[in-house]
Design a protein around this ligand. Sequence first.
Ligand SMILES: [Zn+2]
Length: 456
Amino acid sequence: MHELVIRNGTLVSPLSVVSADVGIDGERIAAVGPSLRGGREIDATGLLLFPGLIDAHVHMALPVAGTRSSDDFLSGTQAAACGGVTTIVDFTVGAPERSIPQAIEARLAEAAASVVDYALHGEVVGWRSGRQSEFRDAIELGVSSFKFYTTYAESGRRTEPREMVAAFRELAGLGALALVHAEDEGLIRSIAARLTDEERGRMRTLAAARPDLAEQAAVSQATGAARTSGCSVHIVHVSSQIGLDAVRSARSDGVSVTAETCPQYLLLTSSVYDREDGHLFSASPPLRTDRDRDALWAAIRSRDIDYLATDHCPFTRAQKMWRGSFLDLPYGLPGVETLLPLVYTEGVTRGRLHLTDLARILSESPAKRLGIHPRKGALDVGSDADIVLYDPNGESRVSAQMLHSRTDFSPYEGRTVSGRVAATLSRGEVVYEKGRITASPGRGRPVRTEVHRSSR
Ligand SMILES: [Zn+2]
């Protein structure tokens, strides 16, 4: 007899889809098999059970462009729970005068309001040598992945190529992971310098101002630094076919490189920039073409893309108000709550992906990369009882009004999705069920990442 049993569900793992019951004792999965009995039981007949999703790229309350992304850790993780995401990975907020360990302490304090579990990547702001000990101290605090920028020199975030190699050498020695936002600064600057007022005044220009060529060049540079230093590197939000080609070519050269893409790059194209509300879709990298979308879907199937993450960074319509230039907008889109329904619909029901792919790209693969598997990202005995119950029946329309993120628009407004999240469990506790958030603020816990344990 278990404390809780989820009965008659269809369990989806990266390897199989099977009917079974799941027995839960305390916070962990205690048994998977037929005919389990529990003190409490949840009937999951007709429902799919996925391992709780890990969204390894979100930005709650991110200070940027004179404002803050509109979800704090409470509203953002409530939206996550509603979407079946049971672990988020956010970022520290770096600053030249603040060490990475200081930034971790500050960010963990903000994240304490979370209703699901959370981990952090360390944001590296304009790396300079002499700060090596910060990596070691960060790892001791449970943060073992560090994000670098090849762009955003104007806000001081860019790390020079030569400094990047030096930093990567340190990380290689520590068995830590480098994350890279890959857009080539030089190319973006040279384009920006030639823009006319008329071009700056059109949203459509964003796609040309941060072109796929900039992604390709920066992926090549970052993976080159990884090759020289022996460091493992992960390219965040790959958006283009030629960016993907650069990832592939590095991998075939033996570089330890993984890649993620995001739902917006799979589902949307730069054609939305021509809409009257096109400015709401400001993001970097920008949205691309149908050809890029097709290449990204194919790369998920071929495993050249390792996992999906949302880059959830919501702003309200007011925050994104059009002021006459695409350069004056905060960049980022909401997405944590719509991840599973959209990928289920566009992936599985459209025949692009198998159910098993979802368990891999939304749970297992990010958990492995961050060294938190099989505690997270698996439906195995001993794993945390982080489970999504997904009802594949029926259809609904996405609307910002129905979503829990603190913003008043969705990039997917009006889109039809198949199925819905019926319930979400985090460490054995029902945190969302039938439209209601049942988790209390602050119940989420920090998760230490241990990248040296990871494997691709
Ligand atoms: Zn991001």
